[in-house]
Design a protein around this ligand. Structure first.
Ligand SMILES: [Zn+2]
Length: 107
């Protein structure tokens, strides 16, 4: 990812995942403390939608933004479709060449 200057896209994805985890924690907090005003008066449903929304944005970001610069094919999409659920992210980071064109300078 460093050769194609796309490492920042991975960092944005990680930031979105942190926000997703924080919103999941907020959802759990709100479920266990329904009368607490800590979450700015948001209800259970609103907090759940924020959690799902940020998680969806994170997935879409990874799916759409990391691409082979030569053929403009999505490498993030390839990782999500062809790798195990538990290892797709580390498999994606460990790629030595583009899965689409095989070029070592495209990843
Ligand atoms: Zn390629």
């Amino acid at each position: 990812m460093h050769r194609t200057k796309q490492a920042w896209k991975v960092n944005v994805f990680l930031g979105l995942i942190l926000l997703t985890l924080a919103s999941f924690g907020g959802m759990l907090w709100k479920t266990n403390n329904p009368d607490d005003r800590l979450l700015l008066g948001l209800g259970d449903i609103e907090v759940a939608f924020i959690f799902v929304g940020i998680g969806s944005i994170a997935s879409a970001w990874m799916w759409c933004t990391i691409c082979c610069p030569k053929y403009h094919q999505s490498v993030g999409k390839w990782g999500m479709q062809h790798c195990s659920v538990s290892t797709w992210f580390t498999d994606l980071l460990a790629l030595k060449k583009c899965p689409h064109c095989g070029n070592v300078d495209s990843i």
